[in-house]
Design a protein around this ligand. Structure first.
Ligand code: SF4
Ligand code: SF4
Length: 191
């Protein structure tokens, strides 16, 4: 299936950024180089799509890609380059909001891109043992003995060490839908 067909046949559970990223990872233009727009265009597209998936997008990235692909679809010397450009333009048409949400570093609707997943401590399951604090390499967890612990999302690097350390299975990984958690440590309901 070509990258264009892949974009046209995306399922609900898939993320457009993730699909483009995988498709572009082994695109033929990268290893060809016979035409500038095919080679440079595919390389640039891959870099920006990777940035979208990694929550590193900059203002203007989406506009840049649209301009690039509008030219690339006509100026590439073979079908491979044209296909890549048309696939991105199709993605804008069908999944523009998802692309914008990634670009704004806001969310991954499908809950697929790892950088948009977040760890949370479920208040009713936490016994306030502190094992997660000991495991966290970023000091991103607030709490004390017998208090429900809380993850500071701005410090968390999504390494997952806390989830592994928690014997109570109180820590969950969430995609687009986030669980409701206390903002700061509160006394545990469990002992
Ligand atoms: S989240 Fe788990 S490891 Fe952390 S304090 Fe609560 S029960 Fe202990
Ligand atoms: S995922 Fe890693 S960085 Fe984030 S709170 Fe857990 S241990 Fe700390």
């Amino acid at each position: 299936m070509s990258i264009l067909e892949r974009v046209k046949n995306l399922t609900e559970k898939e993320c457009i950024v993730d699909v483009l990223r995988k498709e572009l990872a082994d695109n033929k233009c990268k290893n060809c180089g016979k035409c500038t727009f095919g080679y440079e265009g595919a390389t640039q597209l891959e870099m920006v799509i990777n940035d979208l998936a990694e929550k590193k997008a900059r203002p203007g990235d989406l506009e840049l890609l649209e301009d690039l692909c509008s030219v690339m679809k006509d100026q590439s010397m073979c079908e491979d380059g044209t296909d890549i450009a048309l696939a991105y333009l199709e993605a804008v048409e069908r999944y523009g909001k998802d692309l914008k949400d990634h670009a704004a570093r806001k969310s991954c609707r499908a809950g697929v891109c790892k950088r948009f997943m977040t760890y949370h401590i479920i208040a009713g399951d936490c016994i306030g043992c502190g094992d997660c604090i000991d495991a966290c390499p970023e000091d991103a967890i607030l709490g004390r003995k017998k208090f429900v612990h809380v993850i500071n999302q701005s410090e968390c690097i999504q390494c997952g060490a806390c989830k592994e350390a928690c014997d109570e299975d109180a820590i969950v990984l969430a995609g687009a839908v986030k669980p409701r958690c206390p903002q700061r440590p509160i006394p545990c309901r469990r002992n």
